[in-house]
Structure formats: structure tokens, C-alpha cells
Design a protein around this ligand. Sequence first.
Ligand code: PMP
Length: 427
Amino acid sequence: MNHTKSSQLFAEAKKYIPGGVNSPVRAFKSVGCDPVFITHASGSQVYDSDGNSYIDYVQSWGPMILGHAHPKVIEAICKTAAEGTSFGAPTHLETQLAQMVCEAYPNIEKIRMVSSGTEATMSAIRLARGYTGRDKIIKFDGCYHGHADSLLVKAGSGAATFGVPTSPGVPADFAKHTLTANYNDLDEVKQMVAANKDQIAGIILEPVAGNMGCVAPRAGFLEGLRELCTQEGILLIIDEVMTGFRLAYGGAQERLGVRGDLVCLGKIIGGGMPVGAFGGKQEVMDQLSPGGGIYQAGTLSGNPLAMSAGIATLTLLKEEGFYEQIEEKSAYLEKGLRDAASRTAHKTCLQRVGGMFCTYFQEGPVSNFADAARSDVETFGRFFRAMLDKGIYLAPSQFEAGFMSIAHTRENLDRTIEAAQEAFSSL
Ligand code: PMP
């Protein structure tokens, strides 16, 4: 497959944009090739500047669960755009989307819209600190919650991909308020809480971790955290930026039956437009400005284009059988990929929860970041390049999840499995 034009565009981008990209993992640095520059996308397919097409499992890192450029979503965006793109004043669209989210999540009584997942988690942390009057938070090694200072400590995603999970530029004075525990290790969290009695404001986690591949919580882990938080007056902050409206209409919390005090959302609720949100109990949310003293704001927050895209998307997700179809397609792909992988001499381990999956190049199982880090990233890179060459666009990192959309056809899945068979045997 020819990527000449993409490589030229990348060289040009590098002159003006750090690393040539506006978000690090896009640079393909850890997989040993130049990124492809996308021109357009439709359904399950993305198209690059050299005229190649790919079956896309990145899906803009999760938001495009309906597939790219869904006609109903585009229509909603265009209709709203024709009436003005931003007012910095309230619109009824914001209430409509807020109501839809509150109806989907019984533990979200009130919600505030922001423009990214980073803002959602950053604001939720501030709210937890303001509400409890405590400074410390606990996060899990390998979970990624965006790039706010207090959350870029032992972070997953790009931070893990590039080996800088704790970023230079985060003052030690800030980082010291973030305690990190191993995912799926409840005892460690209990000890940490006991050693920091009445000092922990919140425990934040991905309910299914997608920023170190795809790691499910062990039985009892989320339930144990819930109980601990209730006992100790700590707010449990469930970051559903990735899993929200993906693992079920009510996200991982509906699927797994555990409810957070605060919930962070993003990606799908913006239908591919820049959006984040955080919500929870009225009593906590009402501490936010202007009703309460905890300040949080945004010029473009609740942007009408993003709200319309979100409303159109959620409306379609509500249709009967939507999540069953995502499950069915994902299970079909999982089986095909497992069969394909069984023919390679390399050790692999496929983990999947609903429409999120990851093939680790190692024996597995992977239940925390230390496990994930044992993967053979060099072989993953070769697999990634082989798949790209066959028109399959996977997440360009061993530490990211792949995503299924409703637009993926059986033919797409069969082509993917066939490509994987060839790619695995070429390693
Ligand atoms: N939380 C989670 C769980 C995420 O996966 C991400 C992004 N991948 C974020 C927060 C940050 O969102 P954003 O990139 O929109 O700032």
C-alpha cells in the first residue's frame, strides 16, 4: 500500500505542529511507521490522502459507535450550524441532552457539559475536593483520565505508550496529592485509605480500563470500592468517557451494576463533536458555581453543534437491539481473531468487553498495568503495520482498545479476520 502523500503531509505538519500531531498517539511513533492522513470517512471506513481505504477500529477513539458521518447526525449538525455555531448563552439543546443522560444514568441527577474528557475529569476532581474538603485522590496505574496535572500520574494511553506516565511539567507538589494503586487490587486501596484516613476526596477509575488495552474489573473490585467509599466519605468517580453509552446505554455502570457518586462522560455523548460532561447527585453538583462556590466554566461548553450531534446519536442508540448487535459483531470478530492468533507462534491474549477489545502480544491474562506492560510491543508494531497494509486500521498502540461500530458489516469482519490470519502468519 502506498503512503507517499501521507508521509509528505506528515513532514509538512512537523514543521508547524509539535511531532506533527495535535494528540501524541496519532503520530504512530510506537508502531514504527508514519501516520496516515485522513481525508474523509463513512460508516466503518476511513480514507487517506493516498486514496487508500481502511476498515476502522479506532472510530475516533470511541465516539463513532454509529459509524462515521451517520446521515442523521450530520443532518442535525448542519441544521444547527445554519442557525449559528456558538452563543455563549443557554440553549434548550443543552437541557435536552442533559435530560437524556440523566435518564440513562439513575445516579446522575444533574450534569454539566464541558468540551473534552480532560475537562470532565479535572472538574470532577475539583468538585470532589471542594465537596469533601480533602485534597488527596486515588487513581489506578494505567488508567488514563485526560491530561490535567493531578491525573497525569502513572497514566495509561499515550502517556504509557511513550514511557512517560508521569509527565515532566507536573509539579511534585501537585503529584503528591495523587496516590496510585494497582488496578484490581482492592486490598491495596483499603490500606491506602486507612493510611490516609479522612484525607481522600475521591477515587477515580475506568470501570473497564481501555487505556491499557482492555482490562475488566475482577468480581468484587468495583463493589468493594463502592463500599469503601461509602464508609469513608470518599466520592467514587467513575470515568465513563470511553465506556459511557458504549458498553450499554447506561454504560459500564448499568452493565456491571455498580454506581459512582460522580460520573465523567465524553466521546459518544458528543456524537463525534468535542464534548465532555460530569454529573452526579444534585447535592454534590449544586456546589458548582453559580449556585455554589466551586468554580468551573467554559466559553464553548454546551456548544449547540455538539449538543445536536449528541442528541441525534443517543436517539439512535436507544433503538431496540442496538447493543445486542454491537455484542454480536464484537463476539464474531473476537472468535475470528482468536482463531487467527492460534496459528502464530507468538503468544497472544485477546481481551474483550462488549464493543471494546485488545489483542495483547503476551500470554496474559492482563488484569493491571504491570501485566499489560509485559506485552511484546515490537511484535505488536509489526502486526499493526501488516494490518494497516491490508486495509485494517487498528489503534496504533498496544495500550489502547479497539472499538466496534454498528456500521461494521459481516463482510468487514470477515475481511479483518482474513487480514489477521495473514498478518499473524507473517510475523
Ligand atoms: N477519560 C478516559 C477514560 C479516556 O479514555 C479519555 C480519552 N481517551 C479521557 C478521559 C480524556 O478525554 P479527552 O481526550 O477528550 O480529553
